[in-house]
Design a protein. Structure first.
Ligand code: PMP
Length: 367
């Protein structure tokens, strides 16, 4: 009976609200018909509001990594000097994509668990032999549960005339990222995170002022070509077959976000994070990111106590308590667990998780 009952607290896919699930029951329609064009137009308006951007929002059937690749190939040319600011696994991935496509990457790799600062970015940019064409930055680093000070970093990047290209796959709709106001040229996200939609949609928003760079970029691109997509978007169409069912879900999810209010959504994410963090501290466990200032509102990383393996803890939470959480990546494998609280998550989910975590640890012999 309980086969389908679980609390899904991995950093993507995240739980789907019933309103979104129901919206996806609608029959699939022809994407070359007026009803689809209406849906597309409605979505464009809502997505611009979500990214707080004047410009285009491109919607692809893909995961977040596809959206990152789309940014790289649409903004850069082979040989372009690019600064990649990486504070973890996903920052590395963004930079690796740029390298694979032939950008001349300078790495600013910072310790996992720390955030980048505007000072270090400014210093790195100033001492580079030639100006960077672009800076690649992660908004929320999911491998470490750290949020970067994007607004402050954006300031120093824009003062130095570079493009700012942001991976907000696990940040958008959980924490603010007003693109026009902060002068972010492009930002990528994916449906299965704070947007509360199943996996399968990758999104890239492009600020109007950055469009010129897309026209000038010379990296090879076919499927991801924003130039062609923009032509189609002008009459509410996509060049290739869109994931219609997921777009119904996205439409409903955006309604939920706007009905609650974007600021209220961000505030709820912060509250949920705080409930979890204070509970973890009270229990005598250690947070991987002790500094509240840089602690993500999307997810929280908790150190697994000495003598217990993270994999065992994850299995115990899954098998006995029906809570699905994620482990650490790379050198953090087995050492931390990551509890997501993005999207359709409430304080009560965290209270339940804290109790389950305490019990699971006891089951495994923790004091
Ligand atoms: N960037 C970040 C910050 C992410 O959290 C993720 C997914 N966890 C990705 C990129 C990659 O997204 P996907 O798995 O959807 O390709």
């Amino acid at each position: 009976m309980f086969d389908e009952k679980e609390l899904l607290l991995v950093p993507g896919p995240t739980p789907i609200p019933p309103q979104v699930q129901r919206a996806m029951l609608k029959p699939v329609i022809n994407h070359r018909c007026p009803a689809y064009e209406e849906l597309f137009a409605r979505l464009q308006e809502k997505l611009r509001r979500l990214f707080a951007v004047t410009g285009e929002v491109f919607v692809f059937p893909s995961s977040g990594t596809g959206a990152l690749e789309a940014i790289v190939v649409n903004f850069l040319s082979p040989g372009d000097p690019v600064l990649v600011v990486s504070i973890g696994w996903f920052g590395d991935r963004f930079g690796e994509i740029a390298e694979r496509f032939g950008a001349d990457v300078t790495w600013l790799k910072l310790d996992w668990g720390t955030a980048a600062t505007p000072e270090i970015v400014a210093e790195t940019m100033d001492k580079a032999p030639k100006p960077f064409k672009a800076v690649l930055l992660t908004h929320n680093e999911t491998s470490t549960a750290v949020v970067n000070p994007v607004r402050e970093i954006a300031k120093v990047v824009k003062e130095r005339g570079a493009l700012l290209l942001v991976d907000s796959v696990s940040g958008l709709a959980a924490m603010p990222l007003p693109m026009d106001e902060w002068q972010i040229d492009a930002a990528a996200t994916a449906s299965q995170k704070a947007l509360m939609v199943p996996p399968g949609i990758g999104l890239v928003a492009v600020r109007e002022a950055a469009w010129e760079a897309v026209e000038q970029a010379k990296m090879p691109r076919y499927y991801w070509d924003f130039r062609l997509a923009r032509k189609f978007q002008s009459h509410n169409q996509n060049p290739y077959t869109p994931p219609v069912t997921l777009l119904y879900g996205l439409d409903a999810a955006l309604d939920l976000i706007f009905a609650e209010g974007m600021d209220a959504v961000f505030e709820r994410h912060r509250r949920v994070r705080d409930v979890l963090r204070s509970g973890i501290r009270e229990m005598g466990l250690e947070l991987f990111v002790p500094n509240d200032e840089i602690a993500s509102c999307s997810l929280t990383a908790v150190k697994v106590p000495e003598g217990i393996h993270g994999g065992d803890l994850i299995r115990q939470l899954r098998n006995k308590y029906r809570i699905e959480v994620a482990g650490g990546q790379e050198h953090l494998r087995g050492k931390i667990i990551r509890i997501s609280h993005m999207g359709y998550v409430h304080e009560s989910d965290m209270l339940l998780t804290l109790t389950a975590l305490r019990n699971a640890l006891k089951d495994l012999g923790w004091h």
